[in-house]
Design a protein around this ligand. Structure first.
Ligand code: SF4
Ligand code: SF4
Length: 438
């Protein structure tokens, strides 16, 4: 099919899905971006108005249309509250892909996606090198959070406070695993995800500790690549297709009962976006369709499948060391709470640690403001949204804020670090793993 035919087919598909929108405006009341900007163009309804004349916009101001479509966290709050069930995220992803196909990638994104992300080995080597030299040009930001910042790079990264890259990424400690099922009788495929691998290997280690404790076999193929969502969110289908094909071939090498990740974004991507956006009639579409029902976030797997439940035992009987006497609150990642409706399981996992006390924060399921590329392109707005999350965390009185997405952890750590708040930022699996003796 010619490029022009492909483009007009994509536009037609988008157009057909737009007719479901009845312009009721319910999405306006819940959109975290609109709450800050008050701009109708930032809401799903405003973007749908724009997409209704997308073909025309492409001829007159394609770059402007792309900027407006991309000013969105892809949090799915609008879709979760839409009475007509408009497939908003699917429409936005397709529109971003169509616009990028028409305009082309910027040189910077071409370098990041096609030059780096698309090639997992090259990406790992670059991150290794960056980890070795990362202290040059950066300085300590906040000892509570262990963050760094960089005046030298402020033109590129703003005044972000970020966790340094791990000295030893997860894949260096565990390049691959193929452990048979233990007493649970189950074997899972494990997809740690990029942020766990490169910044938070302790999350991956906690998952493996928990699998071992529950007698769960693990298949973790060597050379896993990114799930592809950063590329797709920028409209870069080419890199997304390559990464999907790469990962799908790796996971097809072994049979497993469930595919588990500790990252809400990876879970939603593998479960919903891989089958939705893979090429029609391709082997990837077939495999992704087969894996979708058995793809789970780690907390859903532990609670729904392995029946981990809130602890009944007293504090004195608990093994937990790190969280003994702590108060823990929970932030719902959008990709878990809104996309997959997983809300109770991560809370149950925290409650399974009898040594700490769970407290609910206000607006726990409001977006933290990260949004992946949104944070990179709209940092001030992203931070404004994150500061509201910070207020709710502090108001809860918790000593630890837990979540189930390493990307949310980055955003929450940044806003807490900016204010030198002493609240710890943890993944729920770390809180549960702390109840298990090594
Ligand atoms: S809530 Fe749904 S139907 Fe209503 S305006 Fe928004 S997208 Fe359209
Ligand atoms: S996905 Fe989130 S940020 Fe984007 S329009 Fe919907 S509610 Fe607003």
């Amino acid at each position: 099919m010619s490029e022009l035919n492909k483009l007009s087919k994509s536009l037609k598909e988008i157009e057909n899905q737009l007719t479901d929108c009845m312009k009721c405006g319910m999405c306006q009341a819940v959109c975290p971006v609109f709450k800050q900007t008050g701009n109708e163009g930032d809401v799903a309804r405003g973007k749908i108005f724009l997409l209704e004349r997308l073909a025309e916009e492409m001829l007159t101001d394609a770059k402007g249309a792309k900027t407006r479509i991309e000013k969105c966290l892809m949090c799915g709050t609008c879709a979760a509250n839409c009475p007509s069930g408009v497939k908003i995220l699917e429409i936005f992803l397709k529109a971003r892909a169509a616009l990028t196909e028409y305009i082309g990638l910027s040189p910077v994104k071409r370098l990041i996606f096609r030059g780096m992300l698309k090639h997992p080995e090259r990406m790992d080597a670059l991150v290794d090198t960056a980890a070795r030299f990362q202290n040059l040009g950066t300085s300590k930001a906040d000892p509570n959070q262990g963050t760094r910042c960089s005046k030298l790079l402020s033109g590129v990264i703003g005044n972000r406070h970020f966790l340094p890259l791990a000295k030893t990424p997860f894949h260096k400690t565990y390049p691959s695993l193929n452990i048979p099922a233990g007493h649970s009788g189950l074997k899972v495929a494990f997809f740690p995800g990029c942020v766990t691998d490169k910044m938070n290997p302790e999350i991956g280690k906690a998952v493996l500790k928990v699998f071992k404790h529950h007698g769960v076999g693990v298949f973790m193929p060597k050379g896993q690549a990114c799930c592809g969502i950063p590329a797709l969110a920028s409209g870069e289908r080419n890199t997304f297709d390559t990464l999907l094909a790469h990962n799908a071939a790796l996971f097809a090498e072994e049979s497993f009962d469930y595919l588990i990740t500790p990252c809400a974004t990876c879970t939603a991507t593998i479960k919903e976006i891989w089958p939705m956006m893979s090429e029609k009639d391709s082997i990837e579409k077939f495999r992704a369709g087969q894996w979708a029902p058995k793809t789970m976030d780690i907390s859903q797997f532990l609670v729904d499948v392995l029946q981990v439940a809130p602890a009944q035992k007293s504090y004195a009987g608990s093994h937990s060391i790190e969280f003994a006497g702590d108060t823990v609150t929970y932030h719902d990642p959008c990709h878990l709470a809104k996309s997959l409706k997983i809300k109770s399981q991560p809370r149950d996992l925290i409650r399974a640690n009898a040594a700490c006390t769970f407290v609910e924060m206000a607006e726990a399921d409001t977006c933290c403001g990260n949004g992946g590329s949104f944070n990179l392109q709209n940092y001030d707005l992203s931070k404004q949204i994150g500061m509201e999350k910070r207020q709710n965390i502090l108001a809860s009185g918790a000593g630890t804020v837990a979540t189930a997405c390493p990307a949310c952890m980055m955003q929450i750590r940044d806003v807490l670090s900016q204010n030198h708040d002493g609240v710890k930022v943890k993944h729920v699996i770390e809180i549960y793993a702390d109840t298990i003796k090594d």
